[in-house]
Design a protein around this ligand. Structure first.
Ligand SMILES: NC(=O)c1ccc[n+]([C@@H]2O[C@H](COP(=O)([O-])OP(=O)(O)OC[C@H]3O[C@@H](n4cnc5c(N)ncnc54)[C@H](OP(=O)(O)O)[C@@H]3O)[C@@H](O)[C@H]2O)c1
Length: 347
């Protein structure tokens, strides 16, 4: 599809837009399941409300959350996303692109602005987002790199800086260091001057070192709680390690930040109970045990944009796929082969 010129009509119409086209390509899922439920489809271009922003998508990031929605797991999530199939049939949330239309109440963005952030249904030529979840594009990244930032980078920022309060000189352990969230967490902890140990599979320890980690551990071979090092902060992104073990690896006044982990219960995913136990344990001792439920907000993407522009954080983009090969991108994620993130390009 050819880009349309971004012209503002600015008149009395309820929204301002570039030239509309009636249909678009999108990757949809009609039910829950493996990547075989994904198919490229032709859909009407979405309409926007007064507070919405229509983004002409240049690239979309694939994060683990999109996999959860595709699978409909943990099953409890279906109460929110849709009982038999997702209410939003187009997959993806992470977006990088150009504003094509704005609702009449949108004040901070205009047609033609290059943005990144969150817009549900981002695996499509157009997606609708809110201005509170879209930030201006930093100048030094490709669309694909940028699309790999919002949810993974935002979660890492909230875990390392806000919840973990990581400071210079602290010893920090990061599990899942080779993944979407972890690849940002390692760089963010290094950017404030921490001494970072990253945990990943043997095959990806080179990547974790390249991200800046001072030390690496192989989750199949090494025991993070063997007592050889006590950490001031643990950012626990993967592995669902036993809470008691993680606490043994913390200093007496250390902080544990629970972010995620796969392979728990089919209904709750194994993280909810863990987070509740951590909150309870935190009231009983001097260690601070907390968790992150990531918020999607432009203010965090603006904070990340500064770090991206200064080169302190660089998106770890494994590969970009054409939109028509989105299912292959998802298969790569499912297989555990991705180093950092994958994205799709919409041309
Ligand atoms: N709390 C929130 O708001 C929030 C937000 C975003 C994501 N999350 C959750 O955070 C987790 C990570 O997300 P992500 O996007 O970074 O996923 P991802 O890109 O798939 O990365 C997964 C990470 O887990 C590691 N891993 C895989 N199997 C492991 C095992 N048995 N033991 C230890 N580590 C293992 C992987 O290492 P190798 O690749 O080297 O095997 C990789 O580093 C997911 O559970 C996701 O749902 C939570």
């Amino acid at each position: 599809m050819q880009d349309q010129p971004a012209t503002v009509d600015g008149g009395s119409s309820p929204s301002r837009s570039d030239s509309p086209t009636s249909s678009m390509r999108a990757v949809v899922q009609d039910g829950y399941g493996t990547s075989d439920v994904l198919r490229l489809s032709q859909l009407p271009r979405p309409e926007i409300g007064p507070r919405d922003v229509l983004v002409r998508v240049r690239a979309a990031g694939l994060d683990r959350g999109a996999w959860h929605v595709m699978q409909g797991k943990p099953r409890l999530l279906r109460l929110v996303f849709g009982l038999r199939a997702p209410k939003q049939p187009v997959i993806g949330r992470e977006v990088a692109g150009t504003v094509a239309q704005v609702g009449s109440e949108v004040t901070t963005l205009a047609v033609g602005d290059d943005v990144f952030g969150v817009a549900p249904g981002s695996f499509a030529e157009y997606a609708v987002g809110r201005e509170a979840k879209l930030a201006r594009r930093p100048s030094n990244l490709t669309w694909e790199q940028l699309a790999a930032v919002p949810i993974s980078g935002g979660t890492a920022l909230q875990a390392v800086v806000d919840a973990g309060r990581v400071a210079a000189g602290q010893k920090v352990l990061i599990t899942g260091a080779s993944g979407g969230v972890g690849s940002y967490a390692v760089q963010l902890a290094k950017s404030v001057g921490a001494e970072v140990t990253g945990v990943a599979s043997a095959a990806k320890l080179d990547l974790v070192r390249a991200l800046g980690a001072d030390h690496v551990l192989d989750y199949d071979r090494d025991d993070v709680a063997d007592g050889s090092t006590l950490y001031d902060v643990i950012i626990d992104i993967a592995g669902l390690s036993d809470l008691t073990r993680l606490r043994h690896a913390l200093t007496p006044t250390g902080t544990l930040v629970l972010v995620g982990g796969e392979g728990g219960g089919d209904w709750t995913g194994g993280t909810i109970g863990r987070q509740l136990r951590a909150r309870l344990a935190s009231t009983l001792g001097r260690q601070r045990l907390t968790s992150v439920i990531a918020k999607e907000r432009a203010s965090d993407y603006e904070r990340l944009a500064l770090l991206l522009e200064s080169g302190q954080v660089v998106p770890c983009l494994d590969r970009a796929y054409p939109l028509a090969e989105a299912a292959d991108a998802m298969r790569r994620l499912e297989a555990g082969s991705v180093r950092g993130k994958v994205a799709v390009t919409i041309d």
